[in-house]
Design a binder for this molecule. Structure first.
Ligand SMILES: Nc1nc2c(ncn2[C@@H]2O[C@H](COP(=O)(O)OP(=O)(O)OP(=O)(O)O)[C@@H](O)[C@H]2O)c(=O)[nH]1
Length: 419
């Protein structure tokens, strides 16, 4: 009997042990699969907005709105909260190392561009060549003991060499002569004040120089950047993206200069630095189609502004200039173009004015960007180009650095010239 009881006890214990083993095995099978490596979509928001990157499941379909030509944007590591998104109830069961995201790449740092307010003041020393020739030259002449005919002629010559233009020079000299006569006394301070006022009046203190980049209800603002090769058009488009991002805008770039592959690469690099997509097409492809797709992408992403860098072939090739008209017309299928910015190289003088005239015949220019003002003594071109086109200079390039593009302010510009 005792043996029987002992055998029963052993049998019960054995059955219990087997049952326990089976339950544990089942629980193990119920553990979740290991955390998947997230794939981060390309950046769509500037760093300042602190918007977390979107995370897609591995193997998920690509976003339908992203066109094939959208630049391969860098992948990035997800935010810490997303990495820790493994189900909490399994945390104890899963070994710690299973929670570590494997092969996560580190996102390239998105830069925070310098604020745009006061940029011209900060960069005023870059105008030193124009300052010493135009500003200082005029002040020295005006400070002579006698302002005779010869001196006024020298003043005229100084203005003409700075590319201010014949009509503007005459206007300025006439006004100064009258005011100096009426004023009688003329201390250096008074003369400086008079010259400052007259120069600001010539430049136009009341023109609207804002780059229209505010989003509409229907979609983003569209800015076309036009100009001939080598004036700094692509660089300016990239720098302008930074200006807009610095002012809190979200931007998409369109690389419609399909004739030069390097231009699209260059633009894409600028975009990546501030977290902006670049839409590009095949080399030699239709620029109008790239511009169209860029605006489409901008609408899909809900950005504020789409900046389109156009091809800058020589203006003498009529067909190519017609193409620029086509780019504008095709983009307008999405909605109106807000700005057409003509980029001109300040060092090219009269040649720049010829280019400006030809571009103005093809598209309605709404603003001028004068680049390379740091490399010239001809700061007076600001006046002549505005008079030529009847549109304001909105931005000026003062160097090759990423934040060397400044919103144009007449007062600060004249102060920089006069030293
Ligand atoms: N010093 C100075 N250099 C500038 C400025 N803006 C642009 N550049 C330089 O001008 C050169 C030409 O610039 P790009 O942007 O390639 O010119 P682009 O007009 O786009 O030329 P394509 O792409 O060939 O049409 C580059 O070396 C720029 O760094 C400026 O304001 N100052």
């Amino acid at each position: 009997m005792e043996y029987v009881i002992l055998a029963v006890v052993i049998a019960v214990v054995a059955v219990g042990a087997i049952a326990g083993f089976v339950v544990t095995g089942k629980r193990r099978k119920q553990l979740p699969p290991p955390t998947q490596t997230p794939v981060v979509t390309p950046p769509s928001a500037p760093a300042e907005t602190k918007a977390p990157p979107k995370v897609a499941e591995e193997g998920a379909a690509p976003p339908t709105q992203a066109p094939a030509e959208t630049a391969a944007a860098p992948t990035g590591a997800p935010a810490a909260e997303e990495t820790a998104a493994a189900p909490a109830e399994d945390a104890t069961a899963a070994p710690a190392e299973e929670l570590v995201v494997e092969e996560a790449e580190v996102a390239p740092a998105i830069e925070v561009p310098e604020p745009t307010a006061g940029r011209l003041v900060r960069l005023r020393s870059r105008l030193s060549r124009s300052q010493s020739t135009l500003g200082k030259g005029l002040l020295t002449l005006l400070s002579r003991d006698r302002l005779d005919e010869d001196t006024w002629e020298e003043i005229e010559d100084t203005l003409l060499t700075s590319d201010i233009g014949v009509a503007a020079t005459q206007e300025l000299v006439d006004n100064l002569r009258t005011r100096v006569k009426v004023l009688g006394t003329r201390t250096p301070d008074e003369l400086r004040g008079l010259l400052r006022e007259e120069l600001i009046t010539l430049i136009g203190p009341d023109s609207d120089r804002t780059v229209r980049s505010t989003k509409h209800e229907e979609g983003p603002a569209v800015v076309l950047v036009v100009g001939v090769n080598g004036v700094g058009k692509t660089t300016t488009t990239g720098k302008l993206a930074r200006v807009l991002v610095a002012d809190g805008r979200r931007v998409v770039l369109g690389a419609a200069d399909t004739f030069r592959a390097a231009a699209a690469d260059q633009l894409q690099t600028w975009g990546e630095r501030v977290g902006a997509h670049t839409v590009r097409g095949p080399e030699g492809g239709d620029p109008a189609s790239v511009a169209f797709d860029a605006v489409k992408e901008g609408i899909a992403e809900g950005v504020d502004t789409v900046l389109v860098d156009t091809a800058g072939r020589l203006h003498t090739k009529t067909g190519l200039m017609d193409e620029l008209g086509k780019v504008k017309r095709v983009v307008e299928k999405h909605g109106p173009v807000d700005e057409v910015l003509l980029v001109l190289d300040a060092t090219t003088g009269q040649n720049g004015l010829v280019q400006a005239r030809v571009f103005a015949e093809v598209v309605d220019i709404t603003g001028i960007v004068l680049t390379k003002l740091d490399g010239t003594a001809k700061g007076g071109i600001v006046v002549s180009v505005q008079r030529e086109l009847g549109v304001p200079v909105k931005l000026i390039g003062l160097g090759e650095g990423a934040d060397d593009l400044a919103p144009f302010e007449p007062g600060a510009f004249v102060d920089a010239l006069l030293g």
